[in-house]
Design a protein around this ligand. Structure first.
Ligand code: ZN
Length: 202
């Protein structure tokens, strides 16, 4: 039979541990990367001391356990979000156009006084956003907060912001963010922008 070098290595390890293995279980181990497969294999003597043949069920149970462990380890911050970049640093400026803003209902552009450059007179839609300069000590980027992250980071809802007005809302945002250190999870965008998906003060 033609085994890839790594899978051959795994079968050899299995036999070396003194086990036989169900073909389905071997296939599962082979489908993992080698480090992971060896981790699973290495925990079999401890978890299943009676096992002579490694069964599919054994591998399944061990894989579920490691998946659970990983989930709890990362659940505290940015858990629902996979493949996010993380930044640590300080917010050093809140840019103009942050806070309570209006958007064109047709093109979503930021507009002022119900006037869109493209669509002229429109009924603006209220929104919250923040654009802020972020400095991690080495690099700078521009953080973009959409409505949900603006609400979360400044602890204000869109409804409250509309009651407070634009100036008071911006003050609230400044007070919550300016000069403070944060851990940010999000997505790198073009042009040095970073879309914030989760934030916490550190
Ligand atoms: Zn427009």
């Amino acid at each position: 039979m033609d085994y890839l070098p790594s899978s051959k290595g795994i079968l050899k390890k299995v036999l070396g541990y003194g086990y036989q293995i169900h073909p389905g279980a071997l296939k599962m181990l082979e489908s993992l990367d080698e480090e992971k497969a060896l981790e699973v294999l290495g925990s079999i003597p401890e978890k299943f001391p009676e096992a002579i043949v490694i069964e599919v069920e054994h591998v399944e149970m061990l894989l579920e356990k490691t998946a659970e462990k990983k989930a709890t380890a990362t659940s505290e911050f940015g858990s629902k979000l996979s493949k996010l970049s993380k930044l640590n640093g300080k917010i050093t400026q809140i840019y103009d156009g942050s806070g309570l803003i209006q958007r064109c209902p047709k093109c979503n552009r930021w507009i002022i006084d119900n006037f869109c450059m493209v669509h002229s007179d429109v009924e603006g839609v209220w929104d919250l956003r923040i654009k802020a300069r972020f400095d991690d000590g080495k690099e700078r980027c521009t953080l973009i907060f959409k409505k949900d992250m603006t609400e979360k980071s400044a602890n204000i809802t869109l409804e409250e912001a509309r009651k407070f007005g634009e100036a008071a809302t911006l003050e609230r945002i400044r007070g919550a963010l300016f000069g403070k250190n944060f851990e940010i999870a999000g997505v790198k965008l073009n042009g040095g922008n970073f879309l914030v998906k989760d934030i916490r003060e550190v």
